[in-house]
Design a protein around this ligand. Sequence first.
Ligand SMILES: [Zn+2]
Length: 79
Amino acid sequence: MSVCPRCRGSLADDRDVERLVRQGNDVAIVTVRADVCTQCGELLLHPGMADRLVLAARELREDKTAPVLGRVFDFRSEA
Ligand SMILES: [Zn+2]
């Protein structure tokens, strides 16, 4: 079992993790494969997975759509 470079905790190998990619008010959910630290939650992306996040950001910028899952509520102006 491999060791977390940040905290020396043990890594759970080969997990599918959901990551959020945000462009303005648009958010894409992307599944990436990573090793995840069971102690601090550090994510070590597998090769090619960072590209997947970059690609999703680009597709959001280009208005490419995927099935819509939810809505975004803006509570920032609430007291
Ligand atoms: Zn860790």
